[in-house]
Write a protein that binds this ligand. Structure first.
Ligand SMILES: [Zn+2]
Length: 306
């Protein structure tokens, strides 16, 4: 069978099962689950493997799985990756009413693309020179750091991302190359080829202050929030020393919200400037000090508040 016929046959099979593939994407959309908790999504995916008759392994990095189209360990093998997890954005208009989770990153469609590719390739697998492996990975999003820290302490994982865990566990050892897809914004073409993505390292920084009565003895306390703000500013000051394309995100706060959410919130903060007294910082009047001439008591010049 030549390549054109092979492709045509695969595409026909995808079209034939279009309703089922879309139904699968919709089911995942309706029940969005966060990283390393994608139990229902994993179960649904495994049922699909089963129905297709693919040999599969489950429970990799807690909720991940792999399915082998040929089932015979053919090499080279191509992995088709799908990401199982959603985001927690309760203000999103389509957020799940009970959990506040939503597939705002479109991983449900990515899972459907994985399954669809599997169906298409399954129809022509005897003609392929290697193997095809469906790879469903948990936790692409870097969120809920406290929860993942606990999992690490319990020895259930070492890294906070599903793909990193797959590599650590050797689950990618028999996969020679992987293909993945992702929804995109601001793209003119229906389908495009993406560029490279930078990796990152997450750090948890804990600022510990000292409690003290804010009214009676403020000088006895140490303000952890001030220290945290200073820390953010110092990290931010590094930013301009980075080459284009490299950047640092702000530290997560203790609840481990999503990085991009933090960035958005910080942008808002950046636009809200505090009022400034013209002529320098306000200071306490020293004993015996006279008010500067021309300044009436109680009046302060106000900076523009936009
Ligand atoms: Zn994503």
């Amino acid at each position: 069978m030549d390549k054109t016929t092979l492709k045509k046959k695969a595409l026909e099979e995808i079209d034939r099962r279009a309703d089922e593939i879309i139904e699968y994407a919709t089911a995942i959309w309706k029940y969005p689950e966060l990283g390393f908790k994608e139990f229902k999504t994993a179960e649904l995916t495994e049922k699909k493997y089963q129905a297709a008759g693919w040999r599969h392994e489950k429970g990799i990095a807690i909720t991940g799985s792999k399915a082998y189209l040929k089932g015979d360990g053919s090499r080279p093998s191509v992995g088709v990756v799908g990401e199982l997890d959603a985001l927690h954005i309760p203000v999103h208009p389509e957020a799940h009413p009970a959990t506040g989770n939503v597939h705002a990153c479109g991983h449900n469609s990515q899972m459907a693309a994985m399954l669809g590719a599997g169906y298409g390739l399954d129809a022509v697998k005897e003609h392929l020179g290697g193997g095809v492996v469906m790879v469903a990975v948990p936790a692409e999003e870097y969120i809920e750091i406290d929860y993942r820290n606990r999992l690490r302490e319990e020895g259930k994982l070492e890294f906070f991302g599903g793909k990193q865990e797959f590599i650590r566990l050797g689950a990618m050892d028999e996969v020679d190359i992987v293909l993945g897809s992702h929804s995109a914004m601001d793209q003119e073409e229906l389908i495009g080829v993406g560029g490279s993505n930078n990796g990152f390292i997450g750090k948890l920084v804990r600022y510990t202050g000292r409690e003290s009565h804010a009214g009676g003895a403020p000088d006895k306390g140490i303000n952890a929030l001030n220290a945290a703000m200073l820390g953010i500013m110092v990290i931010h000051a590094n930013r301009e020393t980075f080459r284009r394309g490299h950047h640092k995100g702000p530290p997560h706060h203790h609840q481990g919200r999503r990085d991009s959410e933090q960035r958005a919130r910080r942008c808002q903060d950046g636009e809200l400037r505090p009022r400034q007294d013209r002529g320098g910082h306000p200071r306490r009047k020293q004993e015996g000090e006279q008010r500067p001439p021309g300044r009436r008591r109680g009046r302060r010049s106000r900076g523009r508040d936009k």
